[in-house]
Design a protein around this ligand. Sequence first.
Ligand code: FES
Length: 373
Amino acid sequence: MPLPHLRTARTALLVTGAALLTRRALRRRIGASPLWPLPALEEPVSGQPRSRALTLRVARHERVADGVVQLRLEGRPLAALPAWAPGAHLDLVLPSGLVRQYSLCGDPEDTSSYTVATRLIGPDEGGRGGSREVHEELREGAEVEVRGPRNRFPLVDDAASYVFVAGGIGITPILAMVRAVDAAGADWRLLYCGRSRASMPFLEELEKLGGGEGGRVSVVAEDVSGRPDVGAFLTGAGTGAGAGTEAGTAVYVCGPEGLMDAVAGALPEGCSPHLERFAPAASAGGESVFEVELRRSGRTVTVGADTTVLAAVRAELPHVPYSCEQGFCGTCQHRVLEGEIDHRDELLTDGERDDSMLICVSRARGTRLVLDL
Ligand code: FES
């Protein structure tokens, strides 16, 4: 995360008493996070510590926009659920065994339930069935195993101001952030884009928080207004809030890749956005080619520059399990018997990294790996 960068850029800013109060209020709002301040961990981790699985009950399943359902998940009565902070997500283990990540979008102070929302993604958009299971099978009364919460998208509490950009269902982590900074009295603006107003969840609440038309929230529904002018929003042109995006502003973006690229390209020098991706970033290409020996199976596969260890292994061993293909869920973790690993996940602990890897994202540093497969 580019937090040190943003903090360095702020050193020239005068810290007023009012700003200090805002920070204290915001720290109180996000202070329940296991990641803020960084915890003293029993085991040093490169990713984040594994959390135990919980079985929760779907207490509410409601449609909150076209194609979007929101689930309220409750634990046992009187048992407080693990704390979370804005930006955190849950792993849901769906009835088929697929594992999917959903941002928490409820109230962090409500320890009796978690709230997530998911958009139905059809096969024509690259959906692989996870969202359909959530929509059709996680009905009220159903039980679902969850892991987490974990936070790869934490909200800093010391920014001079906040700018949020959300595309479609990317509003889910942003919603909890906006509520927190608004409650703390911090300066913030939001650009919220979607295909149509009917498809955009939480619009009414956000517009109210933003003070109505001309306020802190700019809504762009593409069926009426076309593509958003991200550059104009970031410079403050055409927004009622009027402020630009200077160094010291914390910028949070969640949405499709094109929106992320547009924000990154329009920001002034010295200002890096915090990004939450729907899918892993596309490889820049130029990856090395290496061999993977599958010792127990007696086979060796070649991993090309444009493919993954998982894909190469499954071409030989189609039964090898996987789920997220993003290095989030841990389903594809395998023991490595020989070779140097290029770890690219944020999940495994340092201890796990010594002798295992997530084959959906990680690669070899050298020319050969040997897996216990
Ligand atoms: S398939 Fe989920 S971490 Fe590899």
